[in-house]
Write a protein that binds this ligand. Structure first.
Ligand code: NAI
Ligand code: A1CAB
Length: 283
């Protein structure tokens, strides 16, 4: 979404102000977004809540010091974003159910927790929408998959798409595809950082200092991704431009092809999907 598109959102409560919720919150606090009232956030520790002391657009509670924190935060909120660990979601929904406003939308970012599970733990008058965002949301470059629940309306889905559009791209999809999306874009930033870590180690093995290795690897990832974004070319074409016939890159790519990187990535994403399915069963 363009930085200039003004977005207006109703009252929002975010339960579980950890890495993911804070990344989304950063987008909600951008100048082109206006949220009704302060964004209400909760988490466990008082220190974490205190980190919002100088942010007037956020009202924070800690469950460690106020056992009613979640109930107070959701009272009157139109959108309730649930961002605690997946195993904690059912208990949290039971806890907040009595305080939820009529017609509130409960939006979960939790991996593996189905809309059926959430709907079973919430009153009938509350709608559920399941999402799978990623941490680059923090800088407005997130990708979020969004799936409707059985009780959500098209207008509610649009509202939540608008909310996540403040932090990047949005893909609406059927719920049975959300674990697969999570295995690509939800977990994906970790894969990218992992490749950066591995290539940095390799550079050090070749005799470069840690500082040189960091500069060459991070500069190359950044430059390549930016070139892809700015050139409008396909990755295959940009790769061809680097890979001179009978040159050195060709030899490296042949080694990667022999190792069947695609099959390894498929296996990794299948393992991530299997884990999401375990979490859906509460394991
Ligand atoms: N980190 C990521 O890249 C992504 C995470 N997610 C989902 O986001 C959720 C949170 O993950 P992270 O932010 O990584 O975890 P985190 O551990 O950084 O954050 C969880 C937060 O929940 C708080 N919390 C725990 N119990 C609470 C309670 N009863 N009431 C209020 N707050 C409570 C904790 O204090 C902590 O601040 C998970 O369900 C995960 O599946 C989804 C997509 C990407
Ligand atoms: O690792 C996890 O379970 C969460 C979901 C996708 C990214 N982080």
């Amino acid at each position: 979404m363009s930085e200039n598109t003004q977005v207006t959102l109703p009252t929002i409560a975010m339960l579980g102000a950890g890495s993911m919720a804070r990344a989304i919150l950063a987008g909600l606090l951008a100048p082109h977004v206006s949220v009704e009232g302060a964004v209400r956030v909760t988490n466990r520790s008082a220190d974490n809540a205190a980190s919002f002391d100088n942010e007037p657009r956020v009202q924070a509670w800690a469950t460690a010091t106020n056992p009613e924190a979640n109930l107070e935060a959701v009272r009157g909120a139109a959108i309730v974003l649930v961002a605690v660990k997946p195993a904690m979601v059912p208990d949290l929904l039971d806890e907040i159910s009595p305080a939820l406003a009529e017609g509130a939308i409960v939006v979960s970012v939790a991996a593996g927790v189905t809309t059926a599970t959430m709907e079973a733990h919430l009153p009938e008058h509350v709608s559920v929408i399941r999402t799978m965002p990623n941490t680059p949301s923090k800088i407005g470059l997130g990708v979020t998959g969004i799936a409707a629940g059985t009780r959500s309306t098209p207008a509610q889905l649009d509202l939540i798409c608008g909310m996540f559009s403040t932090v990047g791209e949005v893909i609406v999809l059927p719920e049975n595809m959300i674990d697969a999306l999570g295995s690509i874009s939800g977990s994906g930033p970790a894969y990218v950082f992992y490749f950066i870590e591995q290539l940095t180690k390799v550079a050090i093995t070749h005799g470069f200092s840690a500082e040189q290795a960091q500069k060459m690897v991070q500069g190359t990832f950044r430059g390549a991704v930016e070139l892809l974004a700015q050139s409008g070319e396909e990755p295959q074409e940009l790769r061809r431009q680097v890979t001179s016939p009978k040159g050195s890159t060709e030899r490296a790519i042949a080694v990667f092809d022999d190792a069947n990187i695609e099959a390894i990535l498929l296996k990794g994403t299948q393992a991530a999907i299997a884990r999401s399915e375990e979490m859906a069963r509460g394991e």
